[in-house]
Write a protein of this length. Sequence first.
Length: 466
Amino acid sequence: MGKIIVAGIGPGSQQDITPAVLEAVRQADVIVGYQYYFQFIMPYVKADCECIDTGMKKERQRAEQAFELAEQDKTVVVISSGDAGIYGMTPLIYEMRRERGSDIEIVSLPGISAFQKAASLLGAPIGHDICIISMSDLMTPWEVIERRIVAAAMGDFVTAVYNPKSHGRYWQLYRLQEIFLQHRSAETPVGYVRQAGRDDEVVKLTTLGAFDPEDVDMFTVIIIGNSQSYIADGRLITPRGYYREVVAEGEKVGQNIMITSFRTIAKELKRQDYPLDHKWALLHAIHTTADFDMENILYSDEGAVETLYQKVKDGTLKTIISDVTMVTSGIRKGAVERLGLEVKCYLSDPRATEMAERLGITRTQAGIRLAVEEHPDALFAFGNAPTALMELCELVRKGKAHPVGIIAAPVGFVHVCESKHMVKPFRDIPKLIVEGRKGGSNLAATLCNAILTFDDAAQLRPGRDL
């Protein structure tokens, strides 16, 4: 009785064909396969071996021929590119064996798949959980393919994309990119390889946002990294784990926990296309409150966080003023010392108490008046008292205060919303506002911390000053 050996011949280089496959080719009485692939094995085919080649989309015909020949007591090798079990001939051979009620022996020999070859050329992109998706809808409805794309994007899988595009299928890859950008950062690394292992091999690295679907064809394999993937020294690397067992040198345990928390929050954001500085503030706000409603209510002027950070670096921003002491307590002392800043609250200043009693205003209002006299160009952060924020707005309108920035996060039910509306017209002052009734000292403090650590945003490494 003959047998059928289904063999994956690798992506296209003789060096990538396994010894087991080469031995099977040498012993074959008949080899059946797509005509294009014979060029890679001909040096190993024995002289009296019959080679039956077929055109594209003749997979079922190949399988039928293989069984007919094996039933004539011949050893038949059916070749597929890459690994024959991945979008190859192996499943079809087993299905046909069942259909025919055949007892022909089937041997499956694995090969190096195109995604593995592409990965080796890109660096180490598949160091963690991976899924493979074919964009071909010849045998799978597009609705099913799209559901799988959504699942891969949401699940943060490293994703290899086969059959990404053809002359008749041009829009599906654009849709895949659109779906991934709903769940991943635009900075997610993407690598793609055309004709992996062959003479006209091309290897490219880019990002999910910059990726151009027009740059690929049916001979290209695309690998999209996960949220941990990064590019270093021209290589795409995915770490082996999300949670490191050993804390990196110089990194405290608390910082490691905070990094993990931020990455978790980032994955669960409804949008992945926020500007980096707004996203950095948003991650801080959600981390502090565990409230994803911050996506809806945290407002920041365009570039506000980055602008204020640069003012810290160039010495323009030297002082932070808060309405209550709980805000000053929450601003990281390590960051304040590292950057040479002064953080002050005038609420407990005896002069504020005397002024409040004398003028019939709140102590927080009085504290802001004193602060503006001594530090008119400070960053003002409000986490409790809407009256204090309203006081600052009046002083700005009178030309007595010139804040370098304002963080407006008072909390409560009386005049809270109005105080935040009063801030928005100051278009020349960078602002962060927690809109509506929500707010609090913890939010005002964490937004200050976001500004002071903006240089850690790109690497998503919060907590250096813990």
